[in-house]
Every structure is written in structure tokens, then in C-alpha cells.
Design a binder for this molecule. Structure first.
Ligand SMILES: Cc1cc2nc3c(=O)[nH]c(=O)nc-3n(C[C@H](O)[C@H](O)[C@H](O)COP(=O)(O)O)c2cc1C
Ligand code: SF4
Length: 431
């Protein structure tokens, strides 16, 4: 963990290009686990206060303030407490946590141990997407190394703190990234979200207080402990602080995971980091933060990549993982592909989500294949209204928002499909 300014200016990915960056040896050479030692010298409340003052907001999609979430966990000692690391990363467009798991697993483990200490947990689970076979192996090896070095287990660093860390593999369901479905899955149940309240901070894993945090969120924590809350709060716009990993994909010359401050402009991300659009073609639309985020038009990309700016623009920051689409992309087809994903991943517990996702998928396909009528557009929007806010978990909203976004932002293209009774772009290019 390189917490002093790195030569490459990066924080979360400072060492990922080094050979054997995933090993304890390399991690410790760059100051790894020093933040854990510092944190264990503070009281848990001091650590929570530090994270609150840093302004860190969760990187798993909702942007909830991490210190506040940790503060919700009751202080009573009558029940065990748990920290679950959400490494399920299954949303189309998102692939930034994967990099941290593969290249810097000890950074994640150190953040996990500090988080567990802060909330009073003596067991943490790393719930990792099972398809990440390589990352699973690397993470397990890192856990084993840390345990052998007495960084996991009893009396960590001689400071009287006990914590076990266990890896748990997901089995291919996107819904298991939702925090209560993740908890159900670790308990050995079907991955079906729970009604909230009660929230996991009070009734979570095995009925005990539980915090679920994203991989990148926890990777930020050692740096906050080491370099201070003010340092972290000084990066990025107000209320949107810290370094961020952006997973850039779609029509860019150099897709990949890039580290930049919160608040970088989307255009800069595409042009400077992603090397622009192949062939210099125009940007037609960008899904700014994973498939659940409403699309932006190409003329809306001079925008700050942060939670508040994107919400104001009628979209979402999500996981900060933009998918860029050039003018060869049919937006009806892009909407259909997105809806198909959510229809496939709906767990089926709530009628609006189970039925609504199917309807959205079918109506979009009807329009895309030239069989739509104008009334279908109204029905489509009314289905999104009936899903939003009427479901147990946010997957329903996550399915409704992009459909509505595509249909409203590219209404003319939808109407063109209906009037011309065909897709004007042929089969589109997004399969
Ligand atoms: C359908 C669905 C899938 C989700 N998938 C993930 C995921 O893969 N990784 C993740 O960190 N959060 C995911 N989330 C968000 C989690 O429920 C939770 O808010 C997050 O892990 C909290 O971590 P954070 O506060 O550090 O952001 C998902 C939410 C929903 C509704
Ligand atoms: S909103 Fe969808 S995924 Fe979430 S609980 Fe309801 S049916 Fe399941």
C-alpha cells in the first residue's frame, strides 16, 4: 500500500504495474499494513470519525457515506458483528473491483481489517464473484499469506484485535451483489433480497449487525488512515471526495481501468484517458456508471463525474464505469440489451420487477424489429413508472431507469423505428 505520493501520482493503483504487486512482500515494501497498525492504536470511534471526516462515499453504486454507515452499527456486545466485502461486481460495464482483487488484494484486506475493527467485527467475509477464477485464487492466496504473517487471526499485530477473514464465492447471480441477497447467499439461502428495514447494520448476517462495503470503498480506507481525512477530503468536489477508479469501455481507443480524482470531466476521461473514439466518430451516448444508470447524450458529456452532478443531470454516477457508444449504435437495441439483462437477473420476488422487466424487454424488441406502434412508447414509460419505487430491492429501479432514459433521451430514434417499421441502423452493433 503506497500511501505516500507515488511517482505515478496514483493512490489506489500506485503499485499495480509492479511485478508481484499482489504479494505481501511487495505490499509491505510500499508501506502495506502500516495503516492497520495506526488504526489499531486508535479507538474504533476515532477510526469511524476519521472516515466520516474524509467524506468517503461508497463506491458500490449508491454513494452512501461510509463513516455514517459504520456509525449505524450498535455498540452493544451482545451479538457478533460482521463485515462483508462486496466483490460480486456483475453489472455490465463495471470491472474496476476486479483489478484491485487481482493486483492489490492486500490493500483490500487491510481496508477490511480496519473496517472490521471500527465496527467491532471479529469476522469478515469477502464475497467474490465466482467467475473471477483468477481473482479468487489471488485473493485466497493473499488471505493465506496475511494469516501466516499473523495479520489475520488472533491478537493482530499484538494489539489485542482478533479477526478472521473468509472468502465466499458467488455462483453467477447479479442479484447477489445486492447487500441483503449477498447476506442470504452467505447464509446458504437463495440470493433473494430482504425487505428493509431492518437494515443490515442492525439485523444482517445470521441476524447480527453487519456492514456490507464495496471493494474499492475499503481500499480507500488505509490511505485515509495513513494520510489523513483532510488529505482525502481535499481531492475532488465538495461531498464527492477522494481518488476513484473509472472502468472505461465501449467505443474508446483505450478501454481499461483508470484512476483519477472524483469530479474529472466525462469528456476528459473519454478523450485523454480513453484516447477518444475509434475513427474519430462522434459520441452518441454514454452510460456513465454501469448499466443501471440512465444514458447521457453525446452533447452532455462535459459533466463532472461525481454523485451529485450526475444526479442533477438526471442520471447516476453508479460505480463510475462509463460505457461509450458512437453513432453506429442503435439506442433501441442498446435499451433492449440492457432490459434483457435485468429481466434475466430479476430474482422474481416482486411482481412489478418480475413482470415489468419482461414487458420492457418485449416492447423494446417489438420496436427494434419494426413491429412497434406509437402507443408502445407510452406503455413502456408507464411500465417503468410502475416498477420504480414499488419493489423490495433496487434492481427494479435499476432496470426501469435506463429504459426510461433511453426512451426519453432518444425518443426521435424510437419514433423513427416505429414510423419506418425497421431499425434505421440495421442490426446495430451492441450484442
Ligand atoms: C441488483 C444490485 C446489485 C448490486 N451489485 C453490487 C456489486 O456487485 N458490488 C457492490 O459493491 N455493490 C453492489 N450493489 C450495491 C450493494 O447493495 C451495496 O449498496 C454496496 O455493496 C454497499 O457498499 P458501499 O457502501 O461501500 O458502496 C448492488 C445493488 C443492487 C441493487
Ligand atoms: S426488485 Fe426484482 S430483484 Fe429485487 S427483490 Fe424484487 S424481484 Fe427480486
Amino acid at each position: 500500500m503506497s500511501s505516500s505520493p507515488s511517482a505515478n501520482g496514483r493512490v489506489l493503483t500506485a503499485t499495480v504495474d509492479l511485478p508481484d504487486s499482489h504479494t505481501l512482500k511487495v505490499y509491505r515494501k510500499h508501506g502495506g499494513y502500516e495503516a492497520l497498525e495506526t488504526a489499531l492504536g486508535k479507538s474504533p470511534d476515532e477510526v469511524i470519525d476519521l472516515v466520516k471526516r474524509s467524506g468517503l462515499r461508497g463506491r458500490g453504486g449508491a454513494g452512501f457515506p461510509t463513516g455514517t454507515k459504520w456509525g449505524f452499527v450498535p455498540k452493544s456486545k451482545d451479538k457478533p458483528k460482521y463485515l462483508c466485502v462486496n466483490a460480486d461486481e456483475s453489472e455490465p460495464g463495471a470491472f474496476k473491483d476486479r483489478l484491485l482483487c487481482a493486483k492489490d488484494p492486500h490493500q483490500v484486506i487491510e481496508g477490511t481489517l480496519i473496517g472490521a475493527y471500527a465496527i467491532g467485527a471479529s469476522r469478515a467475509y469477502i464475497y467474490i464473484r465466482g467467475e473471477f477464477a483468477h481473482e479468487c485464487r489471488v485473493m485466497q492466496a493473499a488471505i493465506d499469506e496475511a494469516r501466516a504473517a499473523k495479520l489475520i487471526g488472533k491478537n493482530i499485530l499484538g494489539k489485542g484485535f482478533d479477526c478472521e477473514v473468509t472468502m465466499y464465492l458467488g455462483a453467477g447471480a447479479y442479484i447477489c451483489g445486492e447487500e441483503t441477497a449477498l447476506i442470504e447467499s452467505i447464509e446458504g439461502q437463495r440470493g433473494e433480497p430482504r425487505l428493509k428495514p431492518p437494515f443490515p447494520a442492525v439485523v444482517g448476517l445470521f441476524g447480527c449487525p453487519t456492514v456490507v462495503n464495496n471493494v474499492e470503498t475499503l481500499a480507500c480506507v488505509p490511505h485515509i488512515v495513513k494520510r489523513g481525512a483532510e488529505w482525502f477530503a481535499g481531492i475532488g468536489p465538495e461531498r464527492n471526495t477522494g481518488p476513484k477508479l473509472y472502468g472505461l469501455s465501449g467505443h474508446v481507443n483505450k478501454p481499461g481501468v483508470y484512476e483519477a480524482p472524483m469530479g474529472i470531466s466525462l469528456r476528459q476521461l473519454i478523450d485523454e484517458y480513453g484516447g477518444g473514439v475509434p475513427g474519430g466518430r462522434p459520441v452518441k451516448g454514454v452510460i456513465p456508471g454501469g448499466a443501471s444508470c440512465p444514458v447521457l447524450r453525446g452533447d452532455e458529456i462535459d459533466i463532472s463525474m461525481d454523485f451529485d452532478a450526475l444526479t442533477r443531470a438526471g442520471s447516476l454516477f453508479g460505480t463510475g464505469t462509463p460505457v461509450v457508444m458512437d453513432d453506429s449504435v442503435c439506442m433501441v437495441r442498446a435499451a433492449w440489451i440492457t432490459a434483457r439483462f435485468f429481466a434475466h437477473e430479476s430474482c422474481g420476488q416482486c411482481t412489478p420487477c418480475r413482470e415489468g422487466c419482461g414487458w420492457m424487454q418485449r416492447i423494446l424488441w417489438k420496436i427494434e424489429t419494426g413491429n412497434g406502434v406509437e402507443r408502445d412508447l407510452d406503455i413502456l414509460l408507464s411500465v417503468t413508472d410502475q416498477i420504480e419505487g414499488n419493489t423490495i430491492c433496487a434492481l427494479g429501479d435499476a432496470a426501469a431507469w435506463p429504459t426510461r432514459g433511453f426512451a426519453k433521451k432518444f425518443r426521435d430514434e424510437f419514433l423513427q423505428h416505429i414510423r419506418e417499421k425497421r431499425c434505421p441502423l440495421g442490426n446495430g452493433s451492441l450484442h
